[in-house]
Design a protein around this ligand. Structure first.
Ligand code: TPP
Ligand code: MG
Length: 396
């Protein structure tokens, strides 16, 4: 019995015509296999200058990841969620947007923000635990690196929708992990984006894990790209380690959004090569063989091989990319080794436009404690000097 027959025979009111699907779901369905460019005939059509730019950015990005991880071991960085192995997604996301567009990264997407032009040290301020976001989001149009999962997605939709209402030509690209697609915010963001036809692109980096939870325990969906279909959003599946493919798919999605075509959900299939962060031990929940298999699908090696085979990259280019990466890493080390100047009172800055009574009270309490500590230091210092003068002792 169809719904119509059912309603005709029953005393229930006939639903309005809008119950019918308004969109043919077929074109929304993602391809069965992730889209690839490198090693396929599509590589012949790719712009060699773009591919070389992506290659240099990948080499730089990998070095950024290894350097930031080293800084956690040296106690210079509290935590670093590395994107090693995911650089193709990071770099493509960082470079595909126009200057007027907005990027909404998660905590793992520092590299995307840096690829978009953000200062590498400022990008790490939050992860060093020094200050709030660490950078002015308006400078490069990069929203704060979001630690609460998926909360950046409704923000991206709101910004994109507001921009369109104002007549501004702005696209928002929002990044989220596979685990983040189980969050309510993910679903709310997709629904609003679709209903409003907001100029937004969702990039899901499916890196196989949400900390220790593998994808198979996270979802029973055919793919994460399929999750768009229920909202009327087309899903695209792409090889997340193929920088040329990720850039192509994101570029198409950005163009579509810009021309009023609405949102796209892109799932990039990739792999988290390192532990979740430096605070995690991935050997407790996954096999070394799996990691080795993915090492054979390394985003830098894939692009380097394709470019070399096409005669578009030589030893000198590779050496230049590596040299630039070492230079960046040396600069990052030097600057991260400087002692940061912080004011504990900044804890209360930029939380609310107008401070709540509780926050005012807490700020006053902290101010009093800091003043008292300063006073103790000062009197201790004076007593120490007086003692030294009296006894002639020097406690160095
Ligand atoms: C709302 C919320 N719930 C839980 C957490 C704790 N948490 C931090 S990272 C993480 C896993 C996220 O996995 P995924 O979305 O796949 O991103 P990935 O770390 O793999 O990039 C969880 C559960 C959080 N940060 N925010
Ligand atoms: Mg993940």
């Amino acid at each position: 019995m169809t719904v119509l027959q059912q309603t005709a025979a029953s005393p229930r009111p006939v639903p309005p015509p809008a119950w019918r699907p308004r969109t043919d779901p077929a074109p929304l369905l993602p391809d069965q296999e992730p889209f690839r460019v490198l090693g396929t005939p599509a590589a012949r059509d790719a712009d060699p200058a773009l591919l070389k730019r992506l290659y240099a950015a990948l080499v730089l990005g990998r070095r950024y990841n290894t350097q930031a991880t080293a800084l956690t071991r040296q106690g210079r960085l509290a935590v670093y969620p590395s994107s090693t192995g995911q650089e193709a997604c990071e770099v493509a996301a960082g470079q595909v947007l126009a200057e007027r567009d907005w990027l909404f990264p998660s905590y793992r997407d520092t590299l995307a923000a840096v690829s978009r032009g953000l200062d590498p040290v400022r990008a790490l301020t939050l992860l060093r635990g020094d200050w709030h976001t660490g950078y002015d989001p308006r400078e490069h149009r990069v929203a704060p690196l979001s630690t609460p999962l998926a909360t950046q997605l409704p923000h991206a939709v709101g910004l994109a929708h507001a921009a369109r209402l104002k007549g501004d030509d702005v696209v928002a690209l929002a990044m989220v992990g596979d685990g983040g697609t189980s969050e309510g915010d993910f679903h709310e963001a997709l629904n609003f984006a679709a209903v409003w036809r907001a100029p937004v692109v969702f990039l899901v980096q499916n890196n196989g894990f949400a900390i220790s939870v593998p994808l198979a325990k996270q979802t029973a969906a055919p793919s994460l790209a399929h999750k768009g279909v229920g909202y009327g959003i087309p899903g695209r599946l792409v090889d997340g380690n193929d920088a040329a493919a990720v850039h192509t798919v994101l570029d198409e999605a950005v163009r579509r959004a810009r021309s009023g075509g609405g949102p796209t959900l892109v799932e990039a299939v990739t792999y988290r090569m390192e532990a979740h962060t430096n605070a995690d031990d991935a050997t407790r929940y996954r096999e070394a063989d799996e990691v080795e298999t993915w090492r054979g699908h390394d985003p830098i090696a894939l692009l380097e091989r394709a470019l070399r085979e096409a005669g578009q990259l030589g030893d000198a280019d590779v050496a230049a990319a590596r040299e630039a990466a070492e230079e960046m890493a040396a600069g990052l080390r030097a600057r991260m080794n400087e002692e940061p100047v912080t004011d504990p009172m900044d804890l209360f800055a930029h939380v609310y436009a107008r401070r709540t009574s509780q926050l005012r009270e807490q700020a006053e309490q902290l101010r009093a404690e800091l003043d008292a500590a300063e006073e103790t230091d000062r009197t201790d210092g004076t007593e120490q000097t007086e003692q030294t003068e009296q006894t002639g002792e020097d406690h160095r």
